[in-house]
Design a protein around this ligand. Structure first.
Ligand SMILES: C[S@@+](CC[C@H](N)C(=O)[O-])C[C@H]1O[C@@H](n2cnc3c(N)ncnc32)[C@H](O)[C@@H]1O
Length: 215
């Protein structure tokens, strides 16, 4: 999601009037949807590339916000569980839901990525567009950050269905250290993967993490 202004702050950028603004910005919708299409294409290509690997799947949309990404997943035939921690955001997704194609395939849940109310091995794949890096927002020490990213990676590993489960995360690490924090949490907890930078020479900027459940 290339930025038109300062980097968003959590939760300030997503509550009250800011949530309303988020849901009406055309460039925001365009960029969220574009990043979601890119994430889906990375998912398909990691699964084998052919049409037969395009699902439909049950996909968890982590940090679903006002539903731009979920809408793209629905349009591509998937069943979707959208999770968001902020009522101001998810309520807007709920208001729009009936206008989405295949809307009966979408369930929206107010919940924290760090404490998901989901069963083991219940999800085919996970996608998160511009939300995942906020999971450390209220952790000040490196130790606390490591703890939360590890616990979340462990949990995501548990809820993915089988050895073909994939996670695609799009985010904007603020520096190399933050990128390492997230990458190593997945490597330590049963995932293998790689990262794709939209601008390979930039250390920060749009980054996709493609992760495969390996054990
Ligand atoms: C950029 S916005 C939404 C992006 C979303 N892809 C869309 O299409 O609107 C990021 C979202 O992540 C959510 N978020 C941040 N931390 C979260 C957490 N711990 N659990 C669940 N959602 C979270 C925020 O509330 C916000 O709605």
């Amino acid at each position: 999601m290339p930025r038109k202004s300062d980097p968003p702050k959590f939760p300030d950028s997503y509550i009250g009037e800011k949530a309303k603004e988020y849901d009406t910005l055309i460039w925001m919708e365009r960029n969220q949807k574009k990043a979601t299409v890119m994430a889906l294409n990375y998912l398909y290509s990691d699964l084998g590339g052919n049409k037969q690997f395009r699902g439909p799947y049950l996909i968890l949309d982590l940090g679903c916000g006002t539903g731009y990404s979920s809408e793209v997943l629905l349009e591509n035939g998937h069943r979707v569980i959208g999770i968001d921690i902020l009522n101001d955001m998810i309520i807007k997704a709920r208001n729009k839901k009936n206008f989405f194609q295949n809307h009966n395939n979408l369930e929206l849940v107010l919940a924290d990525i760090n404490h998901l109310p989901l069963k083991s091995k219940s999800i085919d794949h996970i996608i998160s567009i511009s939300g995942y890096n906020f999971i450390t927002h209220n952790k000040n020490s490196v130790r606390d950050k490591i703890k939360i990213v590890n616990n979340t990676a462990k949990y995501l590993h548990r809820i993915l269905k089988n050895e073909t489960g994939q996670i695609i995360i799009e985010f904007y690490p603020k520096d190399e250290q933050e990128l390492d924090l997230f990458v190593s949490s997945f490597k330590k907890n049963g995932f293998d993967g790689y990262l794709i930078k939209s601008k390979p020479n930039q250390k920060a900027g749009q980054t996709f993490l493609s992760l495969k459940k390996i054990k």
